[in-house]
Design a protein. Structure first.
Length: 204
């Protein structure tokens, strides 16, 4: 199921990013559907945004679909969004696709059961059109890749940011004002594991 959802989300992203190529791919016949849709049908689909761009089904979308099937007599009773729609797989795929992308990391809030994604970095509202053009042209925020000789850099793992012992953050900042408290100490074993694995791969 996860693989199917990943493929669906990837397909939606490609469809909206490359509508002409998507139209060409859709021209052939589809089993049980006869001949492929005409370009006019596809243009209308893009214009009306018939497909979700990110795989998510909103409450408004379900309300519209529900009204149609209720009116047609297919659905006999009211069904709440939460009873029929489960976006957990899609949310998981979207979260994983954003991890490592600096353009979105600071504009996203990752929650164990929920992913809240802002449409753009919050600071964009303060940029002029020239500022935005500069960022877009210069390539700031673009993914750089790992290169040929990657290195693992551990930042701010010291008493100033972790405190000298695991304790609640409000206690820890009394001595170390930048401390993250016990959360930092929870992260330490994972950082240690990451360092060990990097060492085994000869990654400095």
């Amino acid at each position: 199921m996860r693989a199917f959802v990943r493929g669906m989300v990837k397909g939606l992203k490609f469809t909206y990013a490359s509508p002409d190529e998507a139209s060409e791919n859709r021209q052939g016949p589809v089993p049980h559907h006869g001949a492929g849709r005409s370009p006019r049908d596809l243009d209308r689909s893009f214009r009306d945004e018939m497909w979700s761009k990110d795989g998510m089904i909103s409450k408004d979308a379900w309300a519209t679909a529900k009204s149609v099937v209720r009116e047609a007599g297919i659905l006999k009773s009211d069904v709440a969004y939460e009873e029929i729609i489960d976006m957990s797989f899609v949310e998981s795929v979207r979260a994983k696709s954003l991890i490592g992308d600096s353009r979105y990391l600071q504009a996203s809030i990752i929650h164990p059961r929920k992913v809240i994604i802002m449409s753009e970095p919050i600071w964009n509202q303060f940029l002029t059109e020239r500022d935005k053009a500069v960022f877009a042209t210069s390539g700031y925020g673009a993914r750089q890749g790992f290169g040929k000789r990657p290195a693992l850099l551990v930042i701010d793992v010291n008493w100033a940011f972790c405190g000298d012992k695991p304790e609640p953050i409000l206690e820890s900042i009394k001595k170390w004002r930048n401390s993250c408290g016990e959360d930092a100490w929870t992260a330490l074993p994972y950082i240690r594991s990451l360092l060990d694995n990097a060492g085994r791969k000869a990654c400095p």
